[in-house]
Design a protein around this ligand. Structure first.
Ligand code: AMP
Length: 434
């Protein structure tokens, strides 16, 4: 099947509303430049590594990158940016933890800067659109986008379900919409009510395409893509942790002569994560968790379990034991999830209990430990989970519990990461009553 031509374009731009207030920089934006020069961002040339300096980026983007503490491009950035910055489409096989978000955001920011809009602009008219499967991921991407736009006058908007529709609409009316980050369902609500227009989209990013397929979002994504300009009039970047035939088929439909970039899972997280497995029993698991979480070396920890009810019970039990703990799962209201994430980031919460969907894509640096209270059924989720630690050049520890019910899931995980995981029995001290 090929992509259909755009039949749903808003009829007349004149029917689009004007933003209530002209964008004039906005809160939080720093004055561009401020005397900052590349002398303040000295990164030595190293063979085999690409510096951001080598990519002909604008000074304000480099300034924001320097503030983020990045020095060299990650492999996906080094391999995709030289193409995407010249307008090529890219299909990237990369998981979270590889730096793919910055790869597509830098592309967007530079594109929007290099092609200023001369025509009249309207409220809700997105110039770049990023679609991601979960609310957490959308919020995270938007936060990264804001950090990269710190010295630019570019406006980032988010549309996610479970949050106040009218508030999101008011934000859209208040300024231009340069970068729109959204989950598919809520975005369709907004385009359906003509509060958002996609006919001016210059860059389209589809993040975690495999996850969107798994979650049944593709019909919605298809409807969204059809509202954007045809693929020869937009740049399309598609990322997926796996290249299944379905993902590749979508990539073929939605991109033109894409550059394929594959980053293997082993290079994602496993090298910077000290991984161990405790062979345990279902009955011992909570004591083991309690003792691990209590130990001094655990500064902050995400505990993953497969199901929402398991997460809820774990959170309750840990709370009763006096830990500062938060819950991140689909059954928690969105505003509560955002607050929990912020509290975890600021250190007010030490233990975060999460399901895979909710925990996916969160980037928080400095998480010392990840615990797999239950082993994931999908081996890829193991890589995602442990990738929450050991980020941005730091090392982390992942501890997985394997019991009589889920021990058989270890083998496919080992096959995926290409190595045996060291298994040990927990010491008596670690099993003592909680
Ligand atoms: P992502 O794969 O987009 O989830 O990003 C993983 C993490 O790596 C995030 O915390 C980023 O801030 C960080 N990151 C992205 N690019 C770089 C880079 N070039 N150098 C160091 N850290 C990076």
């Amino acid at each position: 099947m090929t992509e259909q031509t755009n039949t749903e374009k808003p009829k007349k731009t004149a029917s689009k509303p004007r933003p209530r207030r002209r964008s004039r920089g906005g809160r939080g934006r720093q004055a561009p430049g401020q005397g900052w020069t590349l002398d303040q961002f000295q990164v030595p040339e190293v063979e085999g590594k690409v510096r951001f300096h080598d990519l002909d980026l604008s000074l304000d983007t480099l300034h924001a990158i320097a503030d983020l503490g990045f020095e060299y491009c990650s492999p996906i950035q080094a391999r995709s940016l030289p193409f995407t910055l010249r307008g090529h489409d890219v299909v990237g096989k990369a998981q979270t933890g590889t730096g793919k978000t910055a790869a597509f955001l830098i592309t967007i920011v530079e594109d929007l800067l290099k092609h200023p809009v001369e025509d009249e602009r309207y409220a809700g008219e997105a110039r770049a659109l990023v679609i991601a499967p979960t609310r957490e991921l959308v919020m995270q991407i938007a936060e990264d986008a804001k950090a990269l736009c710190k010295y630019h006058d570019l406006k980032v908007h988010t549309l996610v379900g479970g949050m106040d529709y009218d508030k999101q609409k008011r934000h859209l009316m208040d300024s231009f919409c340069d970068i729109l980050v959204a989950t598919p369902g809520r975005l369709l609500d907004f385009t359906g009510s003509r509060d958002v227009y996609l006919d001016q989209v210059e860059v389209l990013v589809l993040d975690e395409a495999d996850r969107m397929l798994d979650m049944g979002f593709i019909p919605q994504v298809r409807r969204i893509v059809r509202q954007t300009p045809f693929k020869d009039h937009r740049q399309t970047l598609l990322f997926s942790a796996t290249f299944t035939p379905e993902v590749l088929q979508l990539a073929e439909q939605w991109t033109i002569k894409p550059v394929l970039v594959e980053i293997e899972p082993e290079s994602v997280a496993t090298d910077s994560v000290n991984q161990k497995v405790y062979l345990t029993t279902q009955d011992e698991k909570f004591s083991l968790l309690y003792n691990i979480v209590s130990s001094e070396e655990v500064e902050s920890v995400i505990v993953f379990a497969n199901r929402r009810d398991q997460c809820r019970k774990l959170e309750e039990k840990l709370r009763r034991k006096g830990f500062s703990v938060g819950l991140l799962s689909g059954e928690v209201a969105q505003n509560k999830r955002v607050k929990t994430l912020n509290d975890f980031k600021s250190g007010q919460i030490k233990v975060l209990v999460a399901t895979d969907v909710a925990g996916r894509g969160i980037h928080i640096d400095g998480i010392s430990h990840v615990v797999n209270y239950t082993l994931p059924e999908e081996p890829e989720d193991y890589v995602h989970r442990i990738g929450r630690t050991g980020r941005a050049g730091k090392t982390g520890t992942s501890i997985s519990f394997a019991c009589e019910d889920d021990g058989f899931l270890l083998e496919p995980i080992e096959a995926l990461i290409g190595r045996k995981l060291p298994c040990e029995q927990p010491s008596e001290a670690l099993l003592q009553g909680d």
